[in-house]
Structures are given as structure tokens and as C-alpha cells.
Write a protein that binds this ligand. Structure first.
Ligand code: SAM
Ligand code: SF4
Length: 367
């Protein structure tokens, strides 16, 4: 049932896409030395067009989830190093001109950035087809309506347990009641459909797979089960700490039969989408580790201090902040985007021997 969302080619294989006849013969394992194109869409050397930008607006957070941040000891960026709102919007506008159509605001926790509603309003003015946010939901109850009025279209709310004590342990400092209230406020504000991100950890919350499926059925929210990735600041990730998406599907479909949502495989979103055969709702599976979707990756990331990253797992970064703060032009910013995309590797290689996790952990990149 579970088929990887890779590009054309055998399941699990990454399929380089020839850009042109002249390039079709080159080995497809690494980016080219040739210069990036100067017009057309944001395309990499494997033919993947990039039209999705994740913008991290802060590296700070009001929680300390066990799979993301350390309990203490993190140092955060001084405010002067963060891109300000005008800088973020200028970069986003250049991205839009280059064909970026969807933007997700993230962090750290985006709702702790002061003035976030104003930033949403400014980004909404750029004209993206899709403007969404990933949040831990702690501040959503008070902000959902204002965010929707400012032009936010959708939210993903992270919530790894439906048991208050366990939620508090996994997310350290969190309060399940507040997060559920935040989801309710998001529903009411029309930030729909609310998606609920669940990172499963063996022996911690993997006995709640059916409870979350039931939650999806009862609430109409789309629960997305996400495999634990080697992006935790504590460096505790191990391959055997990954609860595979295939297992989640097996368990849920044995209780409530599922079918793939038509078009799910051609959709380039990382979640494979399944709906309950009885029509009671939908779930998503994000098998980033067991079945990587690099072959169809269309994403770029902008960190809170203005570094462009072409992959969650790559340490290659290009600084838009340097361009912005040295009086650089939009043409130079566009060239930086093209360079970043052009330098993208074929895949993240989590499953290959010798894989080295990136230096930055998830909250410092923007998930
Ligand atoms: N603070 C917000 C939140 O928690 O939703 C937004 C940023 S958070 C980094 C974005 C998403 O990344 C969350 O859904 C979180 O659960 C997920 N995440 C963080 N660390 C992860 C890891 N090591 N593996 C998989 N997902 C992770
Ligand atoms: Fe904060 Fe989100 Fe990381 Fe949890 S996952 S520590 S809420 S940034």
C-alpha cells in the first residue's frame, strides 16, 4: 500500500531528470560545475523545479521538544542578526518572481516572533498561492483569528501525544490543553484544514497511533505521522528510533481501512495522503527516513538569520543577509537563489553509510 513518493523510477530510487539533451549524459550523483541558468524557473541539476520556500522567522522557542532542542544550554541569535520584516519580504518577493508559489512560515516557534501577524500580512501581500505556518500551537488560541485576517491560509500544529502528562514530557514545557484550544481556534478562524504533526518515538508515543487516527476521524483534522529525523540537538537519533510510516499504515488500516487519496503520488508534498474508506477523514505519512522523497523535492529554506539552504540535511548555505546588508540588488538576490538550487545534491543520504547529520538542528534550520 505504501509507495514512496519519489519521482519516476523504481520505488526508493532517486531519479535524476535530464535538463536537456546536452546534460543528459552526465553522472547524476552531484551538482554540476556549470553555471546555473539565468532565467526560467528555479531548477536544479536534476531537473527539480523549486517552488516552495520555508521561511524561519526565529530560532527561539517556548518549548524544548526531546527530538528537536536540548533542555537547556542553547544560545540564540541576537535580534540584530535576524532578518527584519522588510528584509524577509524583499527576499520573498524575489523568490515569488522566480516562481516560488507556496511559503510556509516556521521556526523555532514562529508565534514567539514579535509582530508575527504584521509579517504574515506583509507576506500575504506578495501574492503567493499558498501561505501557511507550522506552529507548536501554544499561542494559537489568541492569535488564530488575527493570523487568518492577515492572510494566513493554513496551519500545521505539532502535537505528539493526546495524553497531557506525556505531551508535557515529550515537548517539555508544553500544555496539551492550550494546544487543543489553539487547534479549535484555528478551525473556527478558517485556517483549514488544520494539520496535526505527530513525531512518533518508539516506547514513548507509538502506542497512540490509533488514538491519533481516531482523533483525525472525530475532528476532521489531518493527522500527519512524521518519522523522527537525525536533526535533534541532543544527537540522540538512531535508526532504530524511527517508527516507520509503513507500520503506521498497517496498524491504522487494520482497524479502519484506508485508501490512497487520488493524485497523492503526483503531488510533490512529502506526506503520502490516505483517507478512510468510510469517508471519515484523512491522514498523512511522512516517511522522510524510510522512504525519502528527495526525487520530487521542491523545497528551499531561509533560516532566521538569512541563509538559504537547499536541503534540510545539507550544510551548504548562502547568505542573503550579506547581500541585503551590503546594498545588493534584487538581481544579486535572484542569482543567489539560483546558485543555491543549482548546488543541490541528489538526495540527503540518511540511509547511506557514512551519513553525517547537519551541524544545525531542526529549530535552527526551520522545519
Ligand atoms: N515550533 C514549530 C512546531 O513545533 O511546529 C515549528 C518548527 S518545528 C522545527 C517544525 C516541525 O518539525 C514540527 O512538526 C516538529 O515536530 C518537527 N521536528 C522537529 N524536530 C524533528 C526531528 N528531529 N524529526 C522529525 N521532525 C522534527
Ligand atoms: Fe520548538 Fe517546534 Fe522544536 Fe518543539 S519542534 S522545540 S516546538 S521548534
Amino acid at each position: 500500500m505504501c509507495v514512496p513518493v519519489n519521482g519516476p523510477g523504481p520505488a526508493g530510487a532517486l531519479t535524476p531528470v535530464a535538463l536537456s539533451r546536452s546534460r543528459s549524459g552526465r553522472p547524476a550523483s552531484s551538482p554540476t560545475d556549470a553555471a546555473p541558468p539565468t532565467d526560467g524557473p528555479l531548477v536544479d541539476t536534476f531537473g527539480r523545479v523549486h517552488d516552495d520556500l520555508r521561511i524561519s522567522v526565529t530560532d527561539r522557542c517556548n518549548l524544548r521538544c526531546v527530538y528537536c532542542m536540548p533542555e537547556e544550554g542553547l544560545t540564540f541569535l541576537p535580534r540584530s542578526e535576524l532578518l527584519d520584516f522588510e528584509e524577509i519580504v524583499r527576499v520573498a518577493t524575489v523568490a515569488h518572481r522566480l516562481g516560488v508559489r507556496s511559503v510556509r512560515i516556521t521556526g523555532g516557534e514562529p508565534l514567539v516572533r514579535r509582530g508575527i501577524v504584521d509579517l504574515v500580512r506583509m507576506l500575504a501581500g506578495v501574492g503567493f498561492d499558498d501561505l501557511s505556518m507550522t506552529t507548536n500551537g501554544m499561542g494559537l488560541e489568541t492569535l488564530a483569528r488575527a493570523l487568518a485576517d492577515a492572510g494566513l491560509q493554513r496551519v500545521n500544529v505539532s502535537c505528539d501525544s493526546l495524553r497531557a502528562d506525556r505531551y508535557a514530557r515529550l515537548r517539555r514545557r508544553g500544555d496539551l490543553g492550550r494546544v487543543l484550544a489553539g487547534m479549535g481556534a484555528a478551525d473556527s478562524a478558517g485556517l483549514a484544514p488544520v494539520k496535526v504533526n505527530v513525531v512518533l518515538l518508539p516506547g514513548e508515543n507509538d502506542d497512540e497511533i490509533l488514538a491519533f487516527a481516531d482523533f483525525a476521524r472525530r475532528t476532521g483534522r489531518i493527522v500527519r505521522f512524521i518519522e523522527y529525523m537525525p536533526l535533534d540537538a541532543d544527537g540522540a537519533w538512531q535508526p532504530d528510533r524511527v517508527v516507520e510510516g509503513a507500520r503506521v499504515l498497517r496498524e491504522i488500516s487494520a482497524r479502519w481501512p484506508l485508501e490512497e487519496v487520488p493524485g497523492s503520488k503526483v503531488d510533490r508534498a512529502p506526506a503520502e495522503r490516505f483517507r478512510f474508506v468510510d469517508g471519515a477523514g484523512e491522514i498523512g505519512i511522512v516517511s522522510s527516513v524510510s522512504q525519502p522523497f528527495c526525487g520530487t523535492c521542491n523545497r528551499l529554506r531561509l533560516t532566521a538569520e538569512g541563509s538559504l539552504r537547499n536541503c534540510l540535511f545539507s550544510d551548504d548555505e548562502l547568505s542573503v543577509r550579506d547581500v541585503l546588508r551590503s546594498g545588493g540588488s534584487d538581481v544579486e538576490l535572484a542569482a543567489l537563489f539560483r546558485r543555491s538550487v543549482w548546488g543541490k545534491a541528489r538526495g540527503h543520504g540518511i540511509n547511506t553509510p557514512g551519513f553525517v547529520p547537519p551541524v544545525r538542528s531542526m529549530s535552527m534550520i526551520g522545519g
